[in-house]
Design a protein around this ligand. Structure first.
Ligand code: IVH
Length: 680
């Protein structure tokens, strides 16, 4: 404690005690509210305490700590997320779809454990959200990360801190000094509906379902946005077992609750497979009445000792399984079929349905995919059909229930001309897809191209929602993506349902979007079959946009993962005069990106694809990977014909076998070290 004059000292000490006491009280109320679901004071009293704490902390900023309940939303927006290497990988679960799958799972478990008796399982709802890993050290939340690819995730600590149900400090005693817990961040159905309603009012993009909304919310660079989203969390396990924890999974969940970590209220032990199946059926019935979405149940062997014995196979626990609910099917009638034009001109037939209710959502449209699908399923306008909605998949027509009298139904045929721009429809032989030949002359394609350009993973122009883009194109204010950057305040503010504040926000977002990366820029151009990953490869390989302008199809195929078809699309795109003109206009509008320093194809191992397998003695796999990547090599996760070398440490398994089978050069550790020296 800093030195204060005596009189002041007393006052300061008193404030410190008061602050600490208030924090403890507030944490305790959070626990009653979020974990026990049983608040013991009114919301108003709670707010009063929080307010008092805020005032005291303002008066005595010296006592503000990052785990104070006042500090949930405090951090500044990030430029990008830092990567987090998971010490214990975040695996996934095997899926079961039938009772037989579960019976087989139970048999596998018992035979591996050599047990005749019925196994005790912990049954849990499978929350439909996004997985996170949160690390507590000495009871304080120090880091939170997304799953990413299971090995490397993103550091979303400051976003997770904004979720009220996540304790910033663990409650009580007895927790291990380092505790890494895993759980699911989710959005309630109600919260989701409200969020979408607000987005719709503002003309912003709406989310397809609560899971997407939760995933999008935890990946916001500005924690204030995450903080404004109705997110919750439910914890379902630890990253790894520890002797300091209870020796059953149910025991671990019980101490979680004690420590203030919310768990699902429907978790339940079940002895033997029949009890597990009964739990599944009970949850299936409850599902629609739950305030959040679940897409199945999870069964876990309750004994931690047994879990350890069973272990993992390719990052999936042998001691757990997800038993998914079937996609929900309902019957309705096709009232009409319309054709939608996508970004590349592809025509998608969409069935307009007599509205039906599934999972609490009204469905009035379903995709029919393409004409082949319509013929295969013998679908007509007027048919009674079964429609299915599974998770975040767009509803689809499964089959016709009964064919009506031919006189009462109407055949569906591909239009000859685009329903939007009236250009000719073209169908390439052997391709199921028919396309509008209008290109960017077609307003539908133009709208989609602009929506793609401004989307989050592309130029990320926040606030420029689909409805606004539709209006901008319809009123001819915007004809190409480049026109976006010459929009004026009045033009935006005059649009229907767009407040002045939102108009200014869009202008600010446009300004902000000008600083980007070459990879994002390439992705945003919407070149056919150039997704994010390919755009990154292109940016890394060529380093500069001008190099891409003159790249031949041949040289494009030297980029990892680019084959002749994609190379053809890229070359064709850059040879089009109007595409080059738009790119020039975008650059002239001020779009820029940091120079890419390493043009990896100049490096000794550039273009080489290497797979690491088994355990190396002299360095960790991470170090080996980094060394190779610094030399320009690409590290792949699996062996294919494109692999140039396989580096095999001790206990290498199937990858080594595959390499032998394909005749790929294999290096042992000695040879690998020599290889490194010769390459540097
Ligand atoms: S346990 C090794 N329990 O389902 C993975 N997962 O594919 C152990 N999930 O990524 C996961 N509810 O995001 C577990 N009660 C639950 C869950 C659950 C949802 C998600 C989780 C995971 C995915 C499994």
């Amino acid at each position: 404690m800093p030195i204060f004059p005596d009189k002041k000292k007393k006052e300061v000490m008193h404030a410190h005690e008061q602050i600490e006491r208030l924090r403890e009280e507030i944490n305790e109320h959070n626990y009653h509210y979020h974990v026990l679901d049983n608040p013991i004071i009114s919301d108003a009293e709670y707010d009063q305490k929080l307010q008092l704490l805020k005032e005291l902390e303002k008066q005595f900023p010296l006592f503000v700590t990052s785990d104070s309940p006042t500090q949930r939303v405090g951090a500044n927006p990030l430029k990008e997320f830092q990567q987090v290497q998971h010490e214990i990988p975040m695996g996934s679960l095997d899926n079961a779809f039938t009772e037989n799958d579960i019976i087989a799972f139970d048999q596998r478990v018992r035979s591996r454990l050599n047990l005749q008796d019925e196994i005790v399982y912990m049954c849990e709802p499978k929350m439909d959200g996004v997985a996170v890993s949160i690390r507590y050290e000495k009871g304080r939340l120090i880091r939170a990360a997304t799953r990413g690819d299971g090995e490397t995730g993103e550091d979303i600590t400051q976003n997770i801190r904004t979720i009220k149900t996540v304790p910033l400090r663990l409650r009580g005693k007895g927790y291990p000094s380092i505790l890494e817990v895993r759980g699911e961040v989710y959005m309630s159905k109600k919260g989701f509906d409200l969020l979408n309603k607000k987005a719709e009012e503002k003309g912003e993009k709406i989310f397809i379902n609560p899971r997407n909304a939760a995933a999008g919310s935890v990946r916001q660079l500005d924690p204030k946005i995450t903080g404004s989203r109705p997110l919750s969390i439910c914890f379902y396990g630890v990253a790894s077992p520890s002797p300091d924890l209870p020796f059953t999974h149910s025991g671990i969940l019980t101490v979680f609750k004690k420590w203030g970590l919310p768990v699902n209220a429907y978790e339940q032990e079940a002895k033997g497979v029949a009890a597990c199946l009964a739990y599944y059926n009970a949850m299936k019935k409850k599902r629609n009445n739950l305030p959040y979405e679940i897409d199945g149940i999870v069964l876990k062997v309750n004994s931690i000792e047994n879990q350890t014995q069973l272990g993992f196979i390719s990052k999936r626990p042998r001691w757990a399984i997800a038993y998914k609910f079937p996609a929900e099917e309902v019957m309705t009638t096709i009232e009409a079929v319309e054709f939608q034009v996508g970004r590349t001109g592809a025509l998608t037939p969409v069935a307009r349905l007599r509205p039906v209710f599934v999972h609490g959502v009204t469905i009035s449209n379903a995709t029919l995919h393409n004409m082949d699908e319509i013929h295969r399923k013998k679908i007509h306008v007027g048919d009674k059909v079964i429609v299915r909605r599974a998770g975040d998949v767009i509803p689809e027509v499964v089959r016709v229930v009964a064919h009506e009298e031919p006189s009462s139904v109407k055949a569906i045929s591909l239009p000859l001309y685009c329903p939007v721009c009236h250009s000719k429809i073209e169908q390439v032989e052997d391709e199921a897809v028919a396309r509008c030949s209008g290109g960017l002359f077609c307003p539908a394609q133009r709208k989609e191209a602009i929506k793609h350009f401004s989307s989050r993973r592309a130029m990320d122009i926040e606030g420029l929602g689909d409805k606004i883009i539709d209006q901008l194109v319809d009123t001819a204010l915007v004809n190409s993506v480049a026109d976006l950057y010459s929009l004026q305040f009045e033009q935006l503010a005059n649009l229907e349902r767009l407040a002045e504040k939102s108009a200014q926000n869009i202008l600010d977002a446009l300004q902000k979007s000008k600083k980007t990366t070459l990879a994002r820029f390439l992705f945003s151009l919407g070149i056919r079959e150039v997704g994010e990953a390919t755009a990154k490869q292109l940016a890394n390989y060529f380093g500069e946009l001008s190099a891409l302008f003159s790249a031949t199809e041949e040289s494009l195929q030297k980029v990892p993962d680019i084959g002749p078809v994609v190379a053809g699309h890229i070359a064709a795109f850059f040879s089009e005069k109007h595409n080059r003109k738009i790119i020039d206009e975008l650059i002239a509008a001020g779009i820029y990106w940091p120079k890419i320093m390493v043009t990896s194809h100049n490096l000794p191992l550039s273009g080489k694809i290497i797979v690491l397998t088994g355990t190396l003695q002299r360095m960790s796999r991470e170090e080996a990977k980094e060394k190779l990547e610094n030399l320009g090599a690409k590290i792949a996760g699996s062996v294919s014909r494109k692999t140039n070398y396989v580096i095999a440490g001790e206990d290498a398994g199937s990858k080594l076998e595959k390499a032998k089978e394909l005749g790929i050069e294999i290096l042992n550790e000695e040879q690998f070290l020599k290889f490194l020296t010769s390459a540097t």
